[in-house]
Ligand binder design. Structure first.
Ligand code: FAD
Length: 443
């Protein structure tokens, strides 16, 4: 018996339910990745991370006696073609939530039925699958985080899938080549792959004790930086959550809670696939301005508000931004400049290695007040945030070298420096606010 495993966003061999199911059901297994022409449109940072992840997956599979078969084309057609070529009886695949992925699953289901191939959709992209916990009263998904978190914490999580020791590929398959690696755009970007993800996870588990105290401090390395590895499935969200739970305590608990946010946005996106373009909360009165010039300053990190500029420059330099800086920069775009959150979604998506529809759009909508925040009018005062979460200004000085000479927290408000000092800095004054309550800007 032969089975095909179609890899998508589960680029790992550990705790990979689709791979484990195929290995349990068949003597011969064909691991497949299809280079969908749509992938040509993904950002260079994610394209490179994907390339590195596929290269690593191929090496791991080779060590286990198999290989990664790489084909180019429409994924459903290619998976069916390969399944027929090798006489496979089944195809296994990790279920996903985006509109595109769901349509792909439906097409695959129809084609499998037509060709009498069995299709198995398995969990693996979240800790608890979307729909795995449901609100009482007949709701299809949770709209508020706290009750979701309670249900999620007390749900029985699935058992981790077995890691196959040996995988036998049917003889005579052309394995196909990976295209040349794309160039990096962010010099500080983390490299992709399960091996690197595992290495980082192990190191992180030794350091996550003080997570609850440190995770908001922007200048510190106080978070896991696992998001890209979770995004591409190089590490299993369930295995990460289990490992942290096993350690236990306030730090690990706070960390597991963040993984729950990830699941929360996945179940919301599964129920509301238009998450990236339409307001989830329709009730509000949202009027966003169009202002190309202000948008460009925000994108370039030249708003004149140091903490905002530092965040936006970290994004480009590393393909990653600290969560606190994401909150501050997103609030600045929507609630200070009054610009549309969808502009923010696009720009973040352009650069983030961890960029995905549920977390990117879900968080943007939370900040903009169109999403799940129970206080939709909340906004962040960037100076108070900066003074709290970058108390001596180290984060700002790291990413905004024009302000290197300004000591301590004074770096957060250069407009308050004596004129003689300020005029010596090659740094602009702050962009005008489009709200009348920007008191923090007054001298
Ligand atoms: P850690 O603090 O170590 O957290 C562990 C994991 O929990 C993360 O890797 C991530 O998978 C999950 N997580 C943490 N915070 C959140 C959150 N607020 N929402 C959902 N999951 C969370 N995260 C993405 O993975 N992709 C995105 O495209 C994305 N876009 C965002 C856009 C905005 C405007 C904001 C405010 C946040 C966004 N986040 C996104 C959430 C969060 O900022 C990142 O997950 C986090 O900074 C990643 O760093 P880390 O792995 O060190 O996180």
């Amino acid at each position: 018996r032969t089975a095909v495993v179609l890899f998508t966003r589960d680029l790992r061999v550990r705790d990979n339910p689709a791979l484990a199911a195929a290995c349990a059901a068949a003597e011969q297994v064909v691991p497949l990745f299809v280079l969908d022409p749509r992938l040509r449109g993904i950002s260079p940072n994610r394209a490179l991370f994907l390339h590195q992840s596929l290269t690593d997956l191929r090496e791991t599979l080779r060590r286990k006696g198999a290989d990664l078969v790489v084909r180019e084309g429409e994924p459903v057609a290619e998976a069916i073609r390969l399944a027929r070529e090798v006489g496979a009886e089944g195809i296994a695949l990790a279920a996903d939530v985006s509109g595109y992925a769901r349509r792909r699953e439906q097409r695959l289901d129809r084609e499998c039925e037509r060709h009498r191939i069995s299709l198995r959709l398995l969990p693996g992209t979240t800790v608890v699958p979307p729909g795995g916990v449901r609100p009482g009263g007949g709701g299809d998904h949770y709209r508020v985080f706290s009750p979701y978190h309670r249900a999620w914490e007390s749900a029985r999580w699935r058992d981790e899938a077995a890691t196959p020791h040996k995988i036998t590929l049917p003889p005579g398959i052309a394995v196909g080549r990976l295209p040349k690696a794309p160039d990096s755009e962010s010099p500080g970007a983390a490299p992709g792959g399960e091996s690197e993800g595992q290495r980082r996870l192990k190191a992180w588990l030794r350091h996550l004790g003080p997570y609850d105290d440190l995770h908001d401090q922007m200048a510190m390395d106080g978070t896991s930086r696992l998001s890209g590895y979770l995004r591409f499935g190089c590490v299993s969200p369930l295995a990460v959550a289990n490992a942290a739970r096993e350690i236990g305590g306030p730090g690990p608990d706070a960390f597991v809670r963040q993984l729950c946010w990830r699941d929360f946005y996945y179940q919301a996106t599964a129920a509301f696939p238009a998450m990236s373009t339409e307001a989830y909360r329709k009730a509000g009165d949202y009027r966003w301005r169009a202002d190309e010039d202000a948008l460009k300053h925000w994108q370039d990190g030249s708003t004149g508000v140091p903490v905002v500029d530092a965040g936006m420059r970290q994004l480009r330099a590393e393909g990653w931004m600290h969560n606190r800086a994401r909150l501050i920069t997103a609030s600045f775009l929507t609630k200070h400049l009054g610009l549309d959150w969808r502009d923010g979604v696009k720009w973040f998506f352009r650069w983030l290695i961890d960029g995905d529809v549920p977390n990117n759009s879900g968080n943007w909508q939370w900040v903009a007040g169109t999403g799940h925040d129970t206080r939709p009018h909340r906004r962040f005062n960037p100076i108070r945030q900066a003074e709290r979460f970058d108390p001596d200004g180290a984060y700002v000085r790291r990413y905004v070298p024009e302000l290197k000479s300004v000591d301590g927290k004074a770096v957060h408000q250069p407009w308050r420096l004596p004129e003689a000092v300020r005029s010596g800095l090659d740094y602009p004054g702050p962009l005008e606010s489009h709200r009348d309550d920007a008191v923090w800007l007054r001298p």
